[in-house]
Design a protein. Structure first.
Length: 120
């Protein structure tokens, strides 16, 4: 039985290593707040590619409950390694003084590397 133990531990190690590599995001995601010169305020989602070619097919914040900015890029969008794309979601309209709720709870990003859900 003892001579099977190293083999068993080796197989378990390979499985856990494979699981950790499979769950690594092909991007870095940060969020924040940005104010426009018009007085409008946005929640931002910044996506930085950590792979050679990342294609972003869709970005949903709070399951589509946050208000997309007109300036968000059309999808799909290619992002080379190290480049960042910012997506904005309006929380205050400086023109008509309307408030919109968008506290980021969940971000779903659909890419050529798979679909990813992040809860910042």
């Amino acid at each position: 039985m003892k001579h099977y133990q190293p083999i068993f531990l080796g197989i378990v190690g390979i499985i856990f290593t494979s699981m950790s590599f499979a769950s690594q995001l092909p991007m870095k995601i940060t969020s924040g707040t940005q104010q426009h010169s018009s007085g409008s305020v946005y929640r931002t989602v910044n996506i930085t590619s950590t792979v050679d070619k990342l294609t972003i097919n869709d970005v949903k914040v709070n399951r589509g409950q946050c208000r997309d900015s007109i300036g968000n890029p059309a999808r799909p969008y290619s992002l080379p390694f190290g480049k960042t794309q910012t997506y904005r979601y309006m929380i205050y309209n400086g023109m008509n003084r309307a408030n919109y709720n968008c506290d980021i709870i969940e971000i779903v990003i659909k890419t050529n590397q798979g679909d990813w859900t992040v809860k910042p």
